[in-house]
Ligand binder design. Structure first.
Ligand code: GYE
Length: 305
């Protein structure tokens, strides 16, 4: 309501801003596409962008935000690596009078609130992403039932919610079993290693659900190394929809991918401008995600990031 909004620091209308973007890591094409989109949009507007890369460390990301505060940025875009450890950064910015917009990942809703502690969250509906993968699986499993789940970074909101959405939908459908669920940290090589160990421990597994493309691609290497055929012996499902993964759908190695759109720049800076004008900002701004399977992957490949 109107009283809660009063708590987020105000943003003056200016011609040019100095804006912070605290990125969480840069170890995959999704992150690089997001960073490029933010940098391009800032450049187009003629804004100064203070960019930091936390290189996969929540502690470094907190320090990065503190340094942006010290440099007197007008607003901070933050992609919080994990839900809880970034709370102090959100609170420090608020205390310093700097509005924060969360990009692509959220913080623990019990510890910080949109419209009070930070302005808004811009990103995908991760529960829905997990549900969409599950819905496709229920229709296309062809008798396959035993699932290995490769989770994203422990404590990251997309990992929590992609698990929740998928697991609940799979349970409700009945007839499936999640034989193992372990974190591959959203990373290709970690995903490959974890998939290798889990395939060995569960030789009857015939489905791999990965919380992102990087881990799905790592899992495909592990499946092939085990002498099995991805897409035939083992169905692979993913989220993100980068060019490499959509290409693997075309090749038949990945069954389906839910897109998670990384092109945040235009929406991020437009939301900032709307706030400066005094508009009331919704607590969540949810991106539209496409869906790729064999029916459209070839046609969509060129447009994937
Ligand atoms: O799926 C993953 C990235 O937070 C939505 O993080 C984002 C996720 C994305 O590293 O590939």
């Amino acid at each position: 309501g109107a009283t809660a909004m009063a708590d987020v620091p105000k943003l003056k209308q200016k011609d040019k801003y100095k804006v912070g973007f605290a990125q969480t890591e840069s170890n995959n094409p999704w992150r690089i596409a997001q960073t490029n989109s933010m940098k391009e949009t800032a450049e187009k507007l003629g804004y100064q962008l203070v960019y930091t890369d936390a290189a996969g460390s929540a502690a470094k990301q907190v320090a990065d935000v503190n340094s942006m505060i010290a440099q007197g940025v007008d607003l901070i875009f933050l992609a919080p690596r994990e839900e809880k450890p970034l709370i102090p950064a959100v609170m420090a910015a608020k205390k310093a009078g700097i509005p924060v917009i969360l990009l692509d990942r959220s913080v623990d809703p019990k510890l910080a609130k949109a419209g009070e502690d930070y302005l808004t969250f811009i990103g995908s509906d991760f529960i829905k992403e997990g549900q969409r993968v599950a819905e496709w699986l229920v229709k296309n499993a062809n008798g396959k039932t035993k699932i290995i789940e490769l989770e994203g970074t422990t404590g990251a909101s997309p990992a929590n919610d992609r698990k929740k959405g998928f697991d609940e939908a799979i349970k409700a459908a009945g007839g499936f079993e999640i034989v193992a669920s372990q974190s591959g940290d959203f990373a290709r090589d970690k995903g490959r290693q974890v998939a290798e160990a889990l395939l060995q421990a569960h030789p009857d597994a015939d489905i791999v659900y990965a919380h992102n493309d990087e881990m799905a691609i790592g899992a495909i290497s592990a499946i092939e190394a085990a002498g099995k055929v991805p897409g035939k012996d083992i169905l692979v499902l993913s989220i993100d929809g980068g060019k490499e993964a959509v290409g693997l759908v075309v090749d038949g190695k990945i069954g389906a991918v839910v897109e998670c759109n990384p092109r945040f720049g235009p929406k991020a800076f437009e939301t900032m401008a709307r706030y400066a004008k005094g508009e009331k900002i919704e607590p969540k701004l949810i991106n539209d995600d496409k869906f790729y399977d064999s029916s459209n992957a070839k046609a969509e490949l060129a447009g994937a990031y």
